[in-house]
Design a protein. Structure first.
Length: 527
């Protein structure tokens, strides 16, 4: 019984305090900064999902992690400490995400309009009712958007955005002024591994079905209108509005028709805030009660003495430039900084459009071969979305730990940039009209060099045995995934081969450097 009370006192109650305060504080800041004052025009998915996911780990690692270490979580398969941290983070993330949806909808004001002409005379609100209006179905803007999703880009998404002018009455079709737009979206998802002609056939069928639905749809049948939030859908509607050649686009009020009672907009969201929080907290409590205390860690914690283990410091060192590991963190920061700038510019988060990537310097044969050769380099610092940059930076960090100390700063940086450019050249040669971005070509170049060093036995025998198989599996897996589509395998192979060849060329220099370091080490030991 004393152990149970001790676990609740030392671990569970602090966890509850951290979780409750995180949900309340984040929701309060969201309401003040983004909902009430709209101080920062940030995409809604970032506010709803990605900020809670990222920020939740700060209190977990700073305040809760030292208390999780009080539990003996070592097993034959390794420590389960990360699992406990992950479940604890869900208790912060899930109710926070649900709460943002509730606050945004609950705080939205409903404004009653006689006609759409009054919308510019009122303070902007989230919701509107219209007593009467005229939707011009003949002069609409249409914009299709295609993208891929899934861990390995296995889904091909087809979206058609429609923007229809909302007018006061039918006679207003003789004018060019449009005060608001009605937004309609059609969506279908298919397998990305289908052949190109099959994709085109699926899209034609999808477009025909959308046309049939649109023709028979009564667009005046809605209960209220909702102002579109700053999401990827808004970008699609804005592009559709640009396709309208008749009406001016000075007013970009985009409204989505809702066919349910206004009171039903909240649904059971409020209950789910507490329900989701209770479920995850209950699971975490069971996990804590199941585990035993690590008496040594408990004694150190209660005595106020820090544990000798400092995993957090070691983790931070992966991102801190230092002797022997200086260029890799800088490259990681540079790639992430460019990604963040594109997000701040409103180009997306989960993924970016090909046109935006081209504007920022993506590799594309018709442009690159036409004199814009700088794209061979700039494309290696661009990424297609958050998962793309995350995966590449993880791979760069792993290989940089081993290669940069062995090569030295200058040689490491030159090889990274050179293999990146050569990978871009391979992509340019292979693809006629493909927008190519990513640091993966340069990273594969480093892996190719690392593979050459392993095969030529520059590293110690035990080290080579430990890593050779894992490196081959990593390279084979990534190349195999690229066969399915959505991944530029030409750049991967180009970077890999160029890096391997450079490794063979540098073999004598690297071998001499390794032997000299070994001799110096042995001499120091003799002294």
């Amino acid at each position: 019984m004393q152990t149970l009370v001790k676990k609740i006192k030392l671990i569970y109650l602090p966890f509850l305090v951290i979780a409750i305060n995180f949900v309340i504080l984040y929701t309060l800041l969201d309401w003040i900064l983004f909902i009430r004052t709209n101080s920062f025009p940030i995409r809604q998915d970032i506010i709803y999902y990605w900020l809670p996911i990222g920020l939740s780990w700060i209190p977990i690692l700073i305040w809760l992690r030292p208390r999780i270490k009080l539990l003996d979580l070592k097993t034959k398969k390794g420590s389960q400490r990360f699992l406990y941290q992950f479940i604890a983070s869900l208790a912060l993330i899930i109710p926070t995400i649900v709460a943002q949806g509730y606050v945004e909808k609950a705080a939205g004001k409903l404004t009653q309009l006689e006609n759409i002409g009054q919308i510019v005379k009122q303070e902007p609100t989230k919701y509107y009712t219209l007593k009467y209006c005229f939707i011009d179905k003949k002069n609409i803007g249409v914009h299709p958007i295609f993208d891929v999703s899934g861990k390995n880009s296995e889904n091909f998404n087809m979206n058609i955005y429609l923007a229809l002018p909302i007018l006061i009455e039918s006679q207003d079709t003789n004018k060019t002024n449009c005060l608001a737009w009605l937004g309609i979206k059609y969506h279908k998802q298919i397998n990305n591994r289908l052949e190109q002609d099959e994709k085109e056939k699926s899209y034609k069928e999808f477009a025909n079905n959308c046309q049939l639905d649109f023709d028979k749809r009564n667009l005046n049948e809605f209960i209220y209108l909702e102002t579109i939030a700053n999401t990827v859908n808004k970008a699609g509607y804005l592009e559709a509005i640009k396709q309208n050649k008749k009406y001016n686009t000075n007013n970009l009020n985009i409204l989505i028709p809702i066919n349910e009672p206004f009171e039903a907009r909240l649904g059971n969201i409020f209950n789910w805030i507490f329900g989701s929080f209770g479920i995850v907290c209950g699971i975490w409590l069971i996990m804590i009660l199941w585990a035993n205390f690590d008496e040594n860690e408990v004694n150190l914690f209660e005595s106020g003495k820090p544990s000798s283990e400092n995993e957090m410091k070691d983790f931070i060192n992966f991102f801190k430039p230092r002797e022997g590991y200086f260029i890799t963190p800088i490259l990681i920061y540079l790639n992430i900084a460019i990604f963040i700038l594109m997000v701040i510019a409103g180009m997306g988060f989960i993924s970016f459009k090909g046109s935006d990537l081209l504007n920022w310097g993506a590799n594309y044969r018709p442009l690159t071969a036409n004199g814009e050769w700088w794209r061979l380099l700039t494309s290696t610092f661009l990424h297609g979305g958050v998962m793309h940059v995350f995966a590449n930076m993880y791979g760069l960090m792993f290989i940089g730990i081993f290669l940069e100390p062995a090569l030295g700063r200058k040689k490491y940086l030159i090889i990274y940039l050179l293999t990146g450019i050569l990978a871009s050249c391979a992509s340019l040669w292979w693809h006629e009209e493909t927008v190519s971005v990513g640091a993966s070509g340069a990273i594969f170049g480093l892996y190719g060099l690392f593979l050459a060093m392993l095969l030529t036995k520059i590293f110690p025998k035990e080290f080579s045995k430990a890593f050779l198989t894992s490196i081959l599996i990593f390279i084979g897996y990534n190349l195999l995934m690229g066969i399915g589509g959505g991944i530029d395998n030409a750049a991967h192979i180009g970077g890999l081969i160029s890096g391997f060849i450079i490794g063979l060329i540098l073999y004598p220099t690297l071998k001499n450097k390794t032997e000299n370091e070994l001799n110096e080490s042995n001499a120091a030991n003799i002294k």
